[in-house]
Write a protein that binds this ligand. Structure first.
Ligand SMILES: Nc1ncnc2c1ncn2[C@@H]1O[C@H](COP(=O)(O)OP(=O)(O)OP(=O)(O)O)[C@@H](O)[C@H]1O
Length: 267
């Protein structure tokens, strides 16, 4: 029995090498502080869920990971976020290249007003990833397959991306993120506009995607966090209250505030 526990612990340690590390992160919108001294490791090839009541800072914190907050004038981020051994807020970092390594999928599917093919080909074209037309086609098809969409659209790649259903559009956006070969995919409530069937398809997809990618997801749904993630981080009023293995956060949280949230007493 004891040996098994030791083995399990070792396996967990091996599986949770951080690909990204946030240390002492503060985020301000003007004078208002939205994130307070948050430190969190993001384990590679796992799904990390950020949960907490509305306005607690989940999306703000997620957007720190690929410097999306840079696009908001009033927003200031301090602290340290390391990715692949580099501080992503260093002035040397090429933010466009960073965002191709750390892609993002938003709450509402936002396909470009282009064909299905061109939506996925867009990133590889601007980053010069394909040497030939065949290579580009290969990247598009592989990305659509990895996003679980290819079989549904293979005969209409030239039709507009916006002609797809909401769930298909969201998978198209996932394919678009995948096409530039990211290591991390940030998802900000990717299923909140979808029906339960489209949600289940995306959740299953995420599970298969984690073999190749690291995923960080913001979700309002505790059920979704429990279903898809291996690590959960609970935020409240801009603070990271606690983080850890999803199962222990939901069954045996260390903090009273977490217990109150998961039992529906705050939120
Ligand atoms: N662009 C912005 N300008 C000013 N304040 C902002 C901006 N975006 C977010 N905030 C504020 O920062 C705090 C955290 O917001 P954030 O959207 O990160 O929370 P959240 O936990 O993701 O919320 P929700 O679950 O409702 O999406 C909130 O008080 C919010 O009003």
């Amino acid at each position: 029995m004891e040996k098994n526990m030791t083995e399990e612990k070792t396996a967990q340690t091996d599986a949770s090498t951080p690909i990204m590390t946030a240390s002492g992160v503060d985020v301000f919108y003007g004078k208002k502080q939205a994130i307070k001294n948050v430190s969190l490791d993001i384990p590679e090839n796992q799904i990390t869920a950020l949960i907490g009541p509305s306005g607690c800072g989940k999306s703000t914190f997620l957007r720190c990971f690929n410097r999306m907050n840079d696009t908001i004038d009033s927003c200031r981020v301090t602290g340290d976020i390391q990715f692949a051994g580099q501080d992503i807020y260093s002035s040397k970092v090429d933010v466009v290249a960073l965002r191709s390594r750390i892609g993002m999928v938003f709450q509402k599917a936002n396909p470009f007003p282009k064909s299905i093919f061109d939506n996925v080909a867009y990133g590889p074209r601007i980053h010069g990833l394909a040497e030939t037309k065949d290579h580009l086609e290969d990247i598009v098809i592989t990305s659509l397959r990895r996003a679980g969409l290819y079989d549904e659209v293979s005969d209409r790649l030239n039709e507009p991306g916006t002609s797809l259903s909401g769930g298909q559009q969201q998978r198209l956006c996932i394919a678009r993120a995948i096409a530039v070969d990211p290591q991390i995919i940030l998802m900000d409530e990717p299923c909140s506009a979808l029906d339960p069937i489209a949600t289940a398809i995306i959740e299953n997809l995420m599970d298969s995607m984690k073999e190749k990618y690291t995923i960080v997801i913001v979700t309002h749904s505790m059920q979704q966090a429990a279903r898809v993630s291996q690590q959960t981080a609970f935020f409240h009023l801009g603070e990271l209250v606690e983080s850890g293995a999803t199962e222990s956060i939901f069954t045996n949280p260390a903090q009273e505030r977490t217990q109150n949230y998961i039992s529906g007493r705050i939120g």
